[in-house]
Write a protein that binds this ligand. Sequence first.
Ligand code: BGC
Length: 486
Amino acid sequence: MIKFPGDFKFGFSTVGTQHEMGTPGSEFTSDWYLWLHDPENIASGLVSGDLPEHGPGYWDLYKQDHSIARDLGLDAAWITIEWARIFPKPTFDVKVKVDEDGKGNITGVEVDEKAIEELRGLANLAALNHYREILSDWKARGGFLIINLFHWAMPTWLHDPIAVRKHGPDRAPSGWLDRRAVIEFAKFAAFIAHELGDLADMWYTMNEPGVVITEGYLYVKSGFPPGYLDLNSMNIAAKHLIEAHARAYDAIKAYSKKPIGLVYSFADYQPLTPNDEPAVEEARALDYSFLDAPVRGELMGAVRDDLKGRLDWIGVNYYTRAVLRRRQDTGRVAVSVVGGFGYSCEPGGVSGDKRPCSDFGWEIYPEGMYNVLMRLHERYRMPMYVTENGIADEHDRWRSWFLVSHLYQVHRAMQAGADIRGYFHWNLTDNLEWAAGYRMRFGLVYVDYSTKRRYLRPSALVMREIARQKAIPDYLEHYTNPPKLG
Ligand code: BGC
């Protein structure tokens, strides 16, 4: 029996674009909503054509999902509050005190009670109240609650990705390229902390800023907004996201004393040959820059006191590894990903290492979970939560192996000293997988999108055994090492 501590959390999560819509009146507009509806994106196959309004309908069916989660023994959830739902109209005119350092950096944003009142005048109060009902329902069932403030969707008054791609960021609402996004995000964070802070056990400001910038401005075929290839834009967006985290951290702290984290997606980078080690360092440097800033204040070779000391815990999303090769040229993007491993395998196939791969073509590589957690532990020595880990596996062939093998590696890292306090499986129910749509099914629970009915997959029962006992019992230990194939 592999035991987790009694207060270790097992959880699930929800994101507006991915889970909320699907019942009449549950829609909300955002940059992602525009992006997924764009006829050119659909015609070119950049996005699947699956629309968020056909989703699992958590907005109205939340009680059912909470009840299933509790039956499965899950005692924690991170739930996203959608910025675009709360502020469908611009908040630019709400006056706040902004400090700047003369070098273009936003070093402070103070959202006082007067500003909160003005924000309330602009907010969609029905949506705010509805979120209160959702969160309260989860809390009433004894659930631990983490509130997430940004999971990729932005209000359209701040980001019109179609216009950015067509006309350029100077002639369109440009999202994280616009420094005002830092200020507006701080307002949103303060408002939510003020209004819903009584329900939160913890917070995090944002999910995977590294994905937002790389998929948005570099890997433009990934189907992420705004699909505008420009490395300079990528760097600007990165800087603004880092500042936005710090300013939101301060804004939340003004109204809530609860711990605040940041969630990042970590692949286990590995060099193809020893000569490729610099590519690994390059890739890790980008990841670490998002944590070095809030922990140590380091950003682009300088130390900024206004960024430093603004992280209470780290959220780790882990799915697989990435095998890297160094390119001939030098510089930040001199890295190529080697096919046949990690994220770059055949859907449903077998990796170069004979490991099974998901419907998405992601290799099952549980040891990477241990490697990532240990590297973060050694570098930052902070409390960590595994905030996402899961597999697109419609027929549930591999999910039990995936779940148990990754939890086993989490436990190994804890034995080796890492301070890991919970594991959130991605995810409880099937949901909209962004550009890839509904074909990628990550749920422990299958969703029939036409009826919205939920059906447990067998792996849900494996999750239940583990979550209820807070242990991997002996009779599940055979899942700790997924088989090699072929
Ligand atoms: C994202 C989720 C997404 C999952 C699977 C993570 O990067 O935070 O929104 O569904 O990966 O692709």
